[in-house]
Design a protein around this ligand. Structure first.
Ligand code: HEC
Length: 151
């Protein structure tokens, strides 16, 4: 067999083998009662925007794309979700002290103003996460009002 063919077959076997290393998926069956929007009465348009632009990485419920179960993409996603949740997990919101909640809302406002979130690479693949200026301002206003209500 030619070396070229050996390399190709080797690569193919490798791609198949890595599929057996499956990271845990971030899918909670029941919506968390500690979620920031659980029975919150928050404006539905803001809820919808935040859920579709932020929840894949900042909640216990990731909506995986079809390629999300294919290694090594699955590993990358698992890493993103783990990192994102370590900074902010909207599903655990009600377990946080008000002081921490205010701090997080400040950070949310900051990342939106600087357009750091959602990450650019994510927006390329998720058009629903491409927030325009009006939407960004709506979320910032909501976060500001919400912060003022916390005690
Ligand atoms: C594709 C995954 C992903 C999405 C979608 C996403 N984030 Fe993040 N977010 C991360 C990761 C990873 C980090 C931690 C690393 C970093 O700061 O870049 C992070 C960090 C943060 C932080 C903490 C910043 C800091 O200074 O510590 C905030 C606040 C935040 N995100 C808000 C949001 C908001 C609001 C949205 C939706 C508009 C969003 N993120 C969407 C992955 C994501």
């Amino acid at each position: 067999m030619k070396t070229k063919h050996k390399i190709l077959i080797g690569l193919l076997v490798l791609i198949i083998l890595i599929q057996f290393i499956r990271p845990e998926r971030n899918i909670e069956n029941n919506p968390s009662r500690y979620d920031i929007f659980h029975k919150s009465g928050q404006p539905t348009e803001v809820v919808a925007m935040v859920q579709s632009a932020c929840y894949d990485c900042h909640s216990n419920r990731t909506a995986y794309p079809w390629y999300g179960s294919v290694a090594p993409v699955s590993w990358l996603l698992a890493n993103h979700v783990k990192e994102g949740k370590s900074h902010l997990n909207f599903s655990d919101w009600k377990l946080l002290e008000p002081e921490k909640q205010r701090h997080i809302l400040d950070e949310v406002i900051e990342v939106l103003e600087k357009q750091e979130m959602p990450p650019k690479s994510y927006q390329w693949l998720h058009s629903e996460a491409n927030l325009d200026q009006t939407q960004i301002q709506l979320i910032i206003k909501w976060a500001t009002d919400f912060k003022a209500q916390l005690n």
